[in-house]
Design a protein around this ligand. Sequence first.
Ligand code: HEC
Length: 100
Amino acid sequence: MTGAVVLALAAWPAAAEVAPARQAKLKDMVAQDCGSCHGMTRQGGLGSPLRQEDLAKLSAEAVIETILEGRPGTPMPPWKAMLSREEAAWIAAYLMGELK
Ligand code: HEC
């Protein structure tokens, strides 16, 4: 289990910088804040679905940029005032199923 986490994170060096206590907060944020638009189980709502299979079409970098910058002209807000790049990378890895 621990070994798998370290292996998965090898592809996501920035995400590995996020401390465990902060990771728990980010998980809550994904469920509550992102969930208010994307659905608690990421099935979609006002925002598009964010399940692993829905994001498979995007690169990690595209997901990270979307989180930090938002999508101008859509309700997707930028999160860079609240999240560092490392934290956005951690969320991207979490959403894309890289942190199992
Ligand atoms: C106020 C509503 C709202 C909130 C809150 C929100 N989003 Fe979004 N998000 C959207 C909408 C709407 C889109 C679709 C934009 C478009 O049409 O391209 C989107 C798109 C995205 C995409 C691109 C998905 C794709 O398939 O192209 C990602 C990734 C994403 N959001 C992640 C997040 C994350 C992570 C959070 C929480 C930190 C979050 N969003 C919070 C509304 C929201």
